[in-house]
Design a protein around this ligand. Structure first.
Ligand code: SF4
Ligand code: SF4
Length: 410
């Protein structure tokens, strides 16, 4: 295949320098969860970078400049495309890279290049644009079912408000106890909040962005931003780390200007409400809980302390930590849309999270991401180790529901 366009077209100057800067030291290898469960060296960060350097050489190397772009090696292209899509884009490699390569942003840019060349995405990921266009969400579910099965009837939603809650597709369709918990906690805080009607709360664009399929992004982002602007929103709260990530990192560029509202993860909003005395957690919970940091929340946008602050404010609770936590957390297996294609990898990674939680003798595994919630629950099916899995706001809502003075848990 003749290379008509440069392999660097989708890369920023920083990303080109990053590709050049990798020393192939291999430090990142011990942090890669996919490498860990597959043992496949082609998936590893230095190997992906080595392969992409070779591709760049074919369009931008000295020989290409002298004699014109060469033939792309088809096997190299196929191997690279598979490796970059098998990655969960968790970013743990970049976090531990001595030269500071921001891999959580680099791999999606390389996926976009693969899409431009017709080599990506892979498997069912290719259906995403059509499905999102038709139904407004990546699960092809009806808009009528977006809120109805889980939204608590007694919680009021204002027509217009300073604050809006975005449930997100994965929460609304795949992790309903989690978004129900969000709505119950927001109701208990008592500040007015608004939501878009279900047919207007379309996908945030993350599944398309992360698989390198950018064509629909502007349409989705414009619809959502204008919808919230019309409701007078100044703060947009959501619980899905992937939504928070694309909204804060990419929406301004896609929208073409600064957003008219701030983006907050629900743990940030609830922690500040607890600090301000607007939410009181009086019920005791005598449990050992362990909190898993979602990759796109901790490494993605730096929200690490607030979920812990919420959990520590529960009287009687003992908060345990994974060996790898905060900026170094280990992927639960559901990131980067890889779970849709590399199901077995995702289940193995989810089970590693379960196993460590059980080994630490936690009573519950606390999650804060709908993709983690859905996949780790799935990983537990048929697994020999079992633990109670609860979303952080599901837990807070559970405590709020109990009668004053009543103890919950063991
Ligand atoms: S982003 Fe995560 S899964 Fe992908 S190469 Fe890096 S450590 Fe491995
Ligand atoms: S740690 Fe960084 S420099 Fe070393 S091999 Fe991995 S990506 Fe390259």
């Amino acid at each position: 295949m003749k290379n008509e366009r440069s392999f660097t077209e989708e890369l920023s100057s920083r990303q080109m320098l990053e590709i050049d800067a990798c020393t192939q030291c291999g430090e990142c290898l011990k942090h890669c969860p996919v490498q860990d469960v597959t043992g496949n060296p082609s998936v590893s960060p230095p190997e992906k970078i080595r392969m992409f350097r070779e591709l760049i050489r074919s369009t931008d190397g000295l020989k290409a400049r002298l004699f014109g772009p060469g033939e792309a090696n088809r096997k190299l292209l196929d191997d690279f495309a598979r490796a970059v899509y098998e990655c969960t884009t968790c970013g743990a490699c970049g976090q531990n890279c001595p030269v500071g390569i921001f891999t959580q942003r680099l791999w999606p840019a390389l996926r976009k290049e693969m899409v431009k060349r017709g080599l990506g995405p892979i498997g069912v990921q290719a259906n995403l644009p059509k499905v999102v266009k038709n139904s407004g969400n990546p699960y092809d579910k009806p808009a009528n079912d977006r809120y109805r099965p889980w939204f608590p009837e007694h919680v009021a939603v204002a027509e217009k408000a300073d604050m809006a809650y975005y449930a997100g597709c994965t929460g609304a369709y795949e992790a309903q106890p989690m978004v129900r918990g969000d709505a119950l906690v927001l109701g208990a805080i008592g500040e007015p909040f608004t939501m878009l009607p279900p047919e207007e709360e379309v996908c945030c664009g993350f599944p398309l962005f992360i698989t390198g399929q950018h064509d629909l992004l502007k349409e989705l982002v414009d619809r959502l931003v204008e919808g919230y602007r019309a409701r007078g929103v100044r703060t947009l709260v959501c619980s899905c780390p992937c939504c928070v990530n694309i909204m804060s990192r990419d929406w301004p560029a896609i929208y073409g200007q600064a957003l008219p509202f701030a983006i907050r993860h629900i743990s940030q909003y609830v922690a500040s409400s607890i600090r301000a005395g607007k939410l009181k957690l009086n019920k005791e919970l005598r449990e050992r809980v362990i909190y898993h940091d979602p990759c796109y929340l901790s490494r993605g946008v730096g929200v690490i302390e607030e979920p812990r602050e919420v959990l520590r404010s529960i009287p009687g609770i003992t908060l345990l930590e994974f060996e790898r936590n905060g900026l170094n957390s280990r992927c639960c297996g559901s990131g980067g849309a890889a779970r849709k294609v590399f199901h077995e990898n995702a289940i193995k990674m989810g089970r590693q999270t379960i196993d460590e939680a059980v080994e630490k003798k936690a009573d519950r595994l606390i999650l804060s991401c709908p993709a983690c919630y859905a996949k780790v629950n799935e990983a537990m099916q048929g697994h020999d180790r079992q633990i109670r899995i609860t979303d952080i706001m599901e837990l807070v809502a559970e405590l709020l529901k109990e009668n004053e003075g009543e103890k919950v848990g063991g």
